[in-house]
Ligand binder design. Structure first.
Ligand code: FES
Length: 107
């Protein structure tokens, strides 16, 4: 599935991320700046914060926000209703074309 990552400055990166990887891993493995992922995907750092494109928010392919994710998100800077932790979004075929935007900074 192809995932589009948009940096805060508007730079777009469209990459293929294998099914089963997280949206965070897709960014880190492709050296896309803007996602720090300090905890390595343990849902314990909130530095993989992204904003999910509005068009994707009510699609069924997106896993719901978990309770640990919700509590970690409260530590992320400038959260919005479309905020997610990208390590908690597993890539599936249903997410082909997903667009996420990175915040101005992680923390
Ligand atoms: Fe740490 Fe997602 S990588 S919370």
């Amino acid at each position: 599935p192809s995932i589009t990552y948009v940096e805060h400055n508007g730079t777009e990166h469209v990459v293929e991320v294998p099914v089963g990887k997280s949206v965070m891993q897709g960014a880190v493995e492709n050296n896309i700046p803007g996602i720090d992922a300090d905890c390595g995907g343990e849902c314990a750092c909130a530095t993989c914060h992204v904003y999910v494109d509005a068009a994707w928010l009510d699609k069924t392919g997106l896993p719901p926000v978990g309770s640990q994710e919700a509590s970690m998100l409260s530590f992320a800077a400038v959260t919005q209703p479309d905020s997610r932790l990208s390590c908690q979004i597993k890539v599936t075929e249903a997410l082909d074309g997903l667009v996420v935007r990175m915040p101005e900074g992680q923390h």
